[in-house]
Design a protein around this ligand. Structure first.
Ligand code: NIG
Ligand code: FE
Length: 407
């Protein structure tokens, strides 16, 4: 199958075959290499070649798309989601409007524990159907690669159920999916007085089983005051590494908890959330390869202060953006809306925001070799926009979907 796309107003995020960019950092995040008035040829799902229309020669194809007035970009890489869940938490949303905090709701046995009760009561087939529908929805909004976490089971059977659902979702053609094991998301009520017992359950029973069945790619921990502290996080990450699960952790959402430093120390692929980032966190990030991943959709929905994206980029570091799609702190997997928030609230430029959700998103899932830029040999997983005037129009036109078609 040879697919030719012609008359592309702007082919965005192109990379030369001779380059080998595995991420983009600092001032370079402000640069998004583009070709005006371009064509692109894909063969059997792989980018074969591209260039300026003036240099296009006659060729045999199976399908030609005329993209006049439209932009073509690599599909979004959303590296942090909890897309498998058993239903909304709109009641807690109203509780928060009326004054209860996210942490208070959690202390009272709501929040993540509420989702866990519902998930454990739900049949696996129904959980799969709901999740697949969400996957289709985010795909229509431009997402081509996605990480999905467990963490609403909080017992061996529930966590396995979630990870089996993710494994079935992986069978869907056309999307890349990574699975993270997040049993350390909250202490189940029955372990509130026996936290050590729950840590041991995760390390001694869940991890061997889940790793043994190859159900997870990464190890996640909600490292936060009131959830999992630094010593527990360290034990969990060390145990994960023993089974080949690299860490990708929740850090510094609610407090300056030391989560960033612990992630860097344990060679995490990424540390995610980062509402609370100061100089110590920045200095720590500079010493390693861990990707700082910002989830401003959660800060928006919880009414929290935003992540200091400028401070991180201006320190020469990379920034990745992800949605955090989940029923509690961000019930939306809509990347175009995330980009609007990143530009208006975090003061990222459109180029920085798109670098953060394409190449850096791919890097945060170890997929930069095959996704995240338009490069010969990478997957032809592409967004064709509607007729729009510019790249900046994507975050500018907030609340609307700029996408016409996904390849
Ligand atoms: O990333 N912070 C921890 N976990 C999720 C929220 C989960 C929930 O509230 O259901 C997050 O925000
Ligand atoms: Fe999360």
């Amino acid at each position: 199958m040879r697919l030719l796309i012609t008359n592309i107003r702007q082919l965005c995020q192109v990379e030369d075959a001779s380059e080998k960019k595995d991420q983009v950092a600092g001032a370079e995040m402000g640069v998004l290499p583009c070709i005006e008035n371009a064509w692109l040829l894909a063969e059997r799902g792989i980018i074969h070649s591209f260039g300026e229309m003036s240099a296009l020669t006659e060729m045999q194809t199976d399908e030609t798309i005329d993209a006049t007035g439209r932009l073509v970009l690599p599909a979004w890489c959303d590296s942090h989601t909890h897309l498998v869940f058993a239903g909304p938490r709109d009641g807690e949303f109203v509780d928060r409007i009326k004054g209860l905090s996210y942490e208070e709701i959690a202390r009272r046995g709501g929040g993540i524990l509420n989702s866990a009760r519902r998930l454990n009561a739900m049949d696996e087939g129904e959980l799969y159907d709901q999740s697949l529908e969400r996957l289709y929805q985010v795909n229509a909004q431009g997402t081509g690669a996605i990480e999905i976490k467990s963490g609403y089971g909080l017992c061996l059977e529930g966590e396995m159920k979630m990870l089996r659902v993710i494994r079935r979702l992986k069978e869907q053609k056309g999307m890349a999916i990574k699975a993270s094991f997040l049993a350390a998301h909250a202490y189940p009520l029955e372990y509130r007085q026996n936290k050590e017992g729950y840590i041991r359950l995760i390390i001694e029973e869940m991890l061997p089983k889940i790793a043994g069945e190859g159900l997870a790619d990464y190890m996640d921990v909600f490292c936060e005051e009131g959830f999992f502290g630094i010593p527990e996080t360290e034990r969990l990450l060390e145990a994960g590494w023993k089974y080949g699960l690299k860490p990708k952790i929740h850090a510094n959402q609610l407090h300056y908890s030391g989560g960033v430093q612990v992630g860097v120390k344990h060679h995490a692929i990424s540390v995610d959330h980062l509402e609370c980032v100061g100089n110590d966190e920045i200095e720590s990030l500079k010493t390693g390869k861990t990707m700082p991943t910002l989830l401003p959709g959660a800060a928006f929905f919880l009414g929290m202060h935003y992540q200091p994206a400028r401070k991180i980029i201006d320190a020469g570091l990379p920034v990745c953006l992800a949605t955090d799609y989940n029923p509690g702190s961000c019930p939306s997997g809509n990347v175009p809306l995330l980009l609007s928030i990143a530009c208006t609230q975090l003061k990222m430029t459109p180029e920085e925001a798109i670098n953060a959700i394409t190449l850096n998103g791919a890097a945060a899932m170890e997929l930069a070799h095959e996704r995240g830029t338009i490069k010969q040999g990478k997957k032809a997983n592409l967004i064709i926009t509607k007729k729009i005037p510019s790249l900046a129009y994507i975050p500018y036109d907030y609340g609307n979907c700029p996408i016409e078609r996904m390849i």
